[in-house]
Design a protein around this ligand. Structure first.
Ligand code: SAM
Length: 239
């Protein structure tokens, strides 16, 4: 158990916010390594694919929300060029510190996805990688993302998903409920890596996420499964 006596994946609201913030603070030093192990390094490819869906042009202004250690920042910078603006935002300082050591010249800010400290309509695109599942109020975060985007601005989010096929669900259970927490225990972070499969089970379905984006003001919402349906990407355009 973490500091609270309730498992993180059962927390809600402000309790979830604090528990998630604390958990990412604890795993920040091992986050990049675990990410590469769990995704067999495919996570870099998926972020590039997500950035492609945005069809960014040089000079545009993009926000990477829940940026963590910043792995979206490099493909975003490539897409908007030196004349563009890339901002990484996360509410967890140890994750931001890691991002700052990796991407020394990018702009980083401490911010909550449910209360983005930006004026309305000021960014051309928003990315979120494996962040939406962790916020205490997904509908509110989608509304905040829509608010900071200009009309016609684009949004893409990648996150974990439950595979549709029974066989893949069985395999994923084995990998994410047993192997990943086992590796997590080896590095002394067993509870945090139990959170990944547990929070994925409790996460909105693909269709619910799409509906939440549409309700927040996105049109042309599309989705694509990756990694045999263990990961799903959603993207859309601010109306
Ligand atoms: C799984 S990590 C993903 C990091 C990064 N986007 C990536 O692609 O590797 C999730 C990140 O979301 C951040 N996060 C979770 N809830 C948040 C919230 N309410 N506001 C801002 N950041 C949040 C965490 O601090 C963490 O850095």
């Amino acid at each position: 158990m973490m500091a609270s006596d309730q498992a993180i994946w059962h927390t809600e609201g402000s309790e979830k916010r604090q528990a998630v913030q604390r958990m990412f603070g604890e795993i920040a030093p091992s986050y990049d390594l675990m990410n590469s192990v769990m995704s067999v390094r495919l996570h870099h490819k998926w972020r590039r694919l997500a950035v492609q869906t945005l069809q960014l042009t040089p000079g545009e202004r993009v926000l990477d929300l829940c940026c963590g250690t910043g792995d979206f920042l490099a493909p975003l910078r490539e897409a908007v060029g030196t004349e563009g603006t890339v901002i990484g935002a996360d509410f967890c300082l140890p994750m931001l510190d890691k991002a700052a050591t990796k991407f020394k010249s990018e702009r980083l800010a401490q911010a909550d996805a449910c209360q983005i400290p930006m004026q309305s309509g000021v960014v051309d695109a928003v990315t979120v990688g494996w962040g939406i599942r962790n916020v205490p109020d997904i509908d509110l975060a989608h509304r905040e993302i829509a608010r900071v985007l200009r009309p016609g601005g684009r949004f893409v989010s990648i996150d974990m998903a439950v595979p549709k096929s029974g066989f893949m669900r069985w395999q994923s259970n084995l990998v994410f409920h047993r192997v990943v927490p086992f590796i997590g225990r080896l590095i002394g972070k067993g509870e945090a890596y139990k959170y990944l499969p547990k929070s994925t089970e409790r996460f909105k379905s693909r269709e619910e996420l799409k509906a939440s984006m549409e309700a927040a003001g996105f049109r042309d919402v599309r989705m694509k499964d990756l990694f045999f349906g263990n990961v799903c990407m959603h993207w859309g355009v601010k109306s």
